[in-house]
Design a protein. Structure first.
Length: 149
């Protein structure tokens, strides 16, 4: 006759090994989901190969927010250096120059655009004289009405 074996009680070492395997499985599952999301992200961006650094910076920001990946991983995905990602220009934005031009025009309404151009340049704005002229013309001459012709 066969002997019926009693249920084997797992040892403490076996239980510890089981717990470590369980943790390892959890970490592997997390790695798999991250890799899967990176792959999904890359598939969605395949058609956008030739992008400017500004556009890649926006994609990196979106990837960090949407997929929760690190800055280093996102920069590597989009071939953008982390230095370029963190860089902020010290130049004033063109919109600031336009606002300042409108302020100067209200303060000194009889100046010409060359004077405004010189004042903006002396204040540190890097703006082309042709752009100043275009904005100046828009301020002086309101847009024409089509019905007036």
């Amino acid at each position: 006759m066969k002997q019926i074996e009693a249920k084997q009680i797992p040892s403490v070492a076996a239980l510890n090994r089981f717990q470590t395997l369980k943790k390892l499985n959890r970490s592997l599952a997390n790695d798999y989901t991250k890799t899967k999301s990176e792959k999904e992200l890359l598939k969605s961006m395949v058609n956008q190969q030739f992008l400017s650094p500004e556009a890649r910076k926006l994609l990196v920001e979106q990837a960090i927010k949407k997929y929760g990946i690190s800055v280093r991983q996102a920069c590597r995905l989009f071939n953008l250096s982390r230095t370029a990602f963190y860089y902020e220009s010290s130049r004033p934005k063109p919109d600031d120059a336009e606002k300042r031009l409108l302020e100067l025009a209200s303060l000194y309404p009889f100046f010409g655009y060359w004077k405004y151009y010189a004042m903006l340049r002396s204040e540190g704005f890097i703006i082309n004289h042709k752009r100043v002229y275009r904005i100046y013309k828009q301020m002086i001459q309101p847009p024409r009405d089509e019905a007036a012709n």
